[in-house]
Design a binder for this molecule. Sequence first.
Ligand code: FUB
Length: 349
Amino acid sequence: MLYKSLLAATLVMFTPSVNAQEKGTLKKKPVSQPLVKHIYTADPSAHVFNGRIYIYPSHDVEAGVKENDNGDHFDMRDYHILSMDSIGGKITDHGVALDKNDIPWAGRQLWAPDAAYKNGTYYLYFPIKDKQDIFRIGVATAQTPTGPFKAEKEPIKGSFSIDPAVFKDTDGSYYMYFGGIWGGQLQHWNDHKYDPAAKLKNKNEQAILPRVAKLSADMKSFTEEARNIQILDETGKPFLESNNDKRFFEAAWMHKYKGKYYFSYSTGDTHYICYAIGNSPYGPFTYKGVVLNPVEGWTNHHSIVEIKEKWYIFYHDVQLSGKTHLRNVKVAELRYEADGTIQTINPYQ
Ligand code: FUB
C-alpha cells in the first residue's frame, strides 16, 4: 500500500531511452505521442468511470527472454493503471494494481487485461499462464478503479487463451470476448478441451474463431460454455486461414454504436485492427474494414471508447524503444461515416 501511494503521484515525464524516432527506427511521423514515457505500456483497455478516463494496459518489461513465435519475450509481471481527466490532460500512474505473485494460481506472462464496474465493485480481468503453462483468464476485485486488486483463488471456470475484453450491453448484461492464436494458445482449444498436439490451421481451412461468454451476476464466472464468434465476409462466407489480412488473430474488443454491435480485433501476422458489425452481442458479424493500419512493432492491440460524445481508439506502438516487446500506449480520435462505417486511421503521416 505504501508503495502504491508513493507511486500515485502525478508523473514526472522522462524518457527511458533515446526514442525510436530519434534513433530512426520509426519509419514515419506518428499521429499521436506516447501517453507515458516512464514505463513501457501496451494493450490499452480504456474506460470512463465516474467521469474520469482509466486505462488498463499491459506493463511491458525487459525480462531478458529470447524472442520467439510463442511470445515468450512478453514476460510481464504486474499491472499499472493510468488515468486522466480528459484526452490530452495530465496522466497519473497509480502504481502496482496487481502483481503476479499475488495471483495464487499464476505461472508466467501477465498479458492484456480489461476492467469492468458493477454495483460498487471494480473487476480486473487478466490472462496469465497457470502453473501447467496454459493460459487462463482470472479476475480480481477492488473498491476503486485503480485497486489494489485482489485476485480470486482460481481462474474463471471455462476460460482459456488470452485477451479478455468485457462489454456491458445497454440491457445491463456483461459479455467477455477472448482468444488469441499462436502464443495465445487458442488453436489448442477444441470442444472446450485443451489439445497440446493441436496445430494451427492450414491456409485452405476455416480460420480459428474468437470466443464469447456471458458473465454471471457475480462477474466472476460464465453463465454458459464459451461460444464461437462467426466473422463473415460480405457474401456471408467465413474466412479461411489464408485470409490472414481479415481473419481473427487476437485483441478482441466490442463496442456499440447506434444500436449495432462492432466487434474489432487484430489480424496478428498482418498487423491490422479490423472490425465487423452485427445485430447481437453473439454475432454473427460481417466484416466491414480496417480501423487501424499496422503500427511499428509486431503486435497491434486497441480499445474503442466514447468520451464526451467523441470516439477514441487507444492503441500502442514501439516509438520509445524500437523493440517489439517494449511498447507505449497512445490515443487517437476515431470517426464514423454517416453509414456507420469507421474511417481507417493511419498511425503515421
Ligand atoms: O501483450 C501481450 C500480447 O501481445 C497481447 O495479449 C496480445 O494482444 C499482443 O498485444
